[in-house]
Design a binder for this molecule. Structure first.
Ligand code: PLP
Length: 366
């Protein structure tokens, strides 16, 4: 009997052999691992807002009511505020538990077994990680040595594989560079749906292309409250979609995907945008300061960034060694060891005090 039951437990073969996604580690785990007090840690590994959310969020959450009632499945008030913020009609906005969830919902909507998505690594890992879980095939078209797109190769891949989706990230994580608008227009002429992830657009000089959704029936734009608004822990993202997709998206999304705390916190943030965009300016100022200081160090070669983080090639010492030496001082950065990113680290913009400490430690290593 026991034997019979055992043979009936049959999980997917591809999941058995897949590699796990490596998320950021919690501060408590880091503190324990490093033997340091959690309050002394400087977390610069996940592009979070080091200043925290708006004080209005703290106040709203302290007074949170109706936790026994399911949240609004349509996030109506939040979508109204997002409509004001983006200038796009609320009917074309769908909210999710982070932009991460919207990536999954898009794959659920488009991908049938063995359909193809085109991905442009090095980029945000979630597109390539999620697609196979929804039975999509991933075609990687690598960026060049400056992390710019290989446009002719993308065009060829989309056409040859009849790709259902092309995922683009601008500013790109982890390289920090933007895709020129002319390039986006060229790629939007392809016979595929283009998902442009603007998770970091608030930090960029370039304007958002969200209004282009009015002109291109094949454009989806993803945004998040995690970075600029400091709500990474609450999980709120949103997408702006062509109107024709909306009724289908509503059919497939989980009804209560945006929880009550996340919903009201995002609303409070959108009612305090001038405060939060002031913090964005401070993060950009710190990023500029960091790039200049990194460029002076013999072992770091920073790439220009339009975001709230800086990718660096580490020269003359292993990037893992540098990561470990910073960790010893309680400074956590993101280390990469994969194609095109061997010996690279990414460091998020911190508060002025955090950057003071980071630069002081780095100077001792020079
Ligand atoms: C480019 C990009 N898109 C999306 C996300 C996920 O955002 P969220 O926290 O809203 O799920 C991230 C998070 O790091 C990101 O870097």
């Amino acid at each position: 009997m026991a034997q019979n039951l055992k043979t009936k437990v049959r999980i997917r073969e591809d999941v058995k052999s897949m590699k796990a996604y490596t998320p950021t580690t919690s501060l408590d785990v880091f503190a324990e691992r490093l033997g340091l007090n959690v309050d002394t840690l400087i977390k610069l590994d996940a592009n979070e807002n080091p200043f925290g959310p708006s004080p209005k969020v703290q106040e709203t959450l302290a007074n949170l009511q109706n936790m026994n009632i399911y949240p609004d499945p349509e996030s109506n008030r939040l979508r109204d505020l997002l409509s004001d913020y983006t200038g796009m009609p609320r009917e074309q906005i769908l909210c999710g538990a982070g932009a991460d969830e919207l990536i999954e919902i898009i794959l659920q909507l488009f991908i049938e077994p063995n359909d193809t998505i085109v991905n442009t690594p090095p980029t945000f890992a979630m597109y390539g990680f999620d697609a196979p879980l929804y039975y999509g095939q991933v075609i990687d078209v690598y960026r060049d040595e400056n992390f710019d797109l290989d446009v002719p190769a993308i065009e060829q891949a989309v056409i040859e594989h009849e790709a259902k989706l092309l995922f683009l990230c601008s500013p790109n994580n982890p390289s920090g560079n933007v895709i020129p608008h002319e390039t986006m227009k060229r790629l939007l002429d392809l016979p595929t749906t283009v998902v442009i992830d603007e998770a970091y657009i608030e930090f960029a000089e370039d304007d958002s292309i969200v209004s282009w959704v009015n002109d291109y029936p094949n454009l989806i734009v993803l945004r998040t409250m995690s970075k600029w608004a400091g709500l990474a822990g609450l999980r709120v993202g949103y997408g702006i979609f062509p109107m024709d997709l909306m009724s289908h998206l509503w059919k497939i999304k989980q009804p209560y995907n945006v929880n009550l705390a996340a919903d009201v916190a995002a609303q409070a943030s959108l009612e305090d945008t001038s405060y939060l965009l002031g913090l964005v300016d401070q993060m950009v100022a710190q990023r500029k300061r960091m790039v200049e200081a990194f460029a002076e160090l013999p072992f770091l070669s920073p790439y220009p960034s339009e975001s709230n983080f800086i990718l660096n090639k580490v020269v003359g010492m292993g990037a893992d060694k540098l990561r470990d030496r910073l960790a010893k001082e309680g400074i956590i950065v993101r280390y990469y060891n994969k194609p095109r990113l061997h010996d690279h680290i990414r460091i998020s913009a911190g508060t002025p005090e955090q950057v003071d400490k980071l630069l002081a430690v780095l100077k001792t290593l020079a």
